[in-house]
Design a protein around this ligand. Structure first.
Ligand code: DX5
Ligand code: ZN
Length: 215
């Protein structure tokens, strides 16, 4: 069964608790929380204090996607806020190895995300240390953008590497995932789909999560 991480970015921010209940009843596996700083990406969302409040209302694991410059400055804050996975961007941290070690030192899972044009080769010397790879299939910053088609090559290639080296890594894809293309993306060997607008803009959010889960 497909694993789904609804991204709260497209949810009704005035009713986060209500929105979370809907995706919970639909069978969501994680909550994907998009943190943006207006520097690494041209948009600002929310930070650790908001995540900490949401932590009080749900048991779903928190998949925290940090789209912030020099994320190493805030790892502890997000751990204390209740993150289960913290994913940083390869492009945003100079000492990636150190940042990953710090995340893992708190006993949670560490992920690395790559922008669409960042080559997979940048992960060559960190693969053994990470729990998750997040392939961006849009330029990060906004919900509702279109899936960049040539990312299929990248996804298939990293799937192959993970399998050949027998690595224990979750392969996650984020950006432009919709009911209409999700089946194909899963067939490329993706473990976890992030879905924002196609879930939260749906007429019936709970039903839409169920439809994704059935894929
Ligand atoms: C974009 C975020 C995504 C976003 C995806 O930068 O990282 O998680 O919410 O939204 P959709 O699914 O609408 O492309
Ligand atoms: Zn995201």
């Amino acid at each position: 069964m497909a694993k789904i991480a609804p991204s709260l970015l497209s949810a009704d921010f005035a009713d986060l608790k209500g929105e979370i209940r809907k995706v919970e009843s639909g069978g969501a596996d994680y909550l994907h929380l998009d943190v943006m700083d207006g520097i690494f990406v041209p948009n600002i969302t929310f930070g650790a204090p908001v995540i900490k409040k949401i932590r009080e209302v749900t048991e779903l694991p928190f998949d925290v996607h940090l789209m912030i410059d020099r994320p190493e400055r805030f790892i502890k804050d997000f751990v204390e806020a209740g993150a289960d996975i913290i994913t940083v961007h390869q492009e945003a941290t100079i000492h990636l190895h150190r940042t990953i070690q710090e995340i893992k030192s708190y006993g949670i899972m560490a992920g690395v995300s790559l922008n669409p044009t960042t080559p997979l080769e940048t992960l060559e010397y960190i693969l053994e240390d990470i729990d998750l790879i997040l392939i961006m299939t849009v330029n990060p910053g906004f919900g509702g953008q279109s899936f960049i088609n040539q990312m299929d090559r990248k996804i298939k290639k990293i799937r192959k590497i993970i399998d050949q080296r027998n690595l224990d890594i979750i392969l996650e894809v984020d950006g432009g995932v919709k009911l209409s293309n999700a089946k194909a993306i899963l067939d490329w060997g993706v473990d976890l789909l992030v879905v924002g607008s196609d879930i939260f803009n749906a007429e019936n959010i709970e039903q839409r999560v169920k439809e994704f889960k059935r894929l």
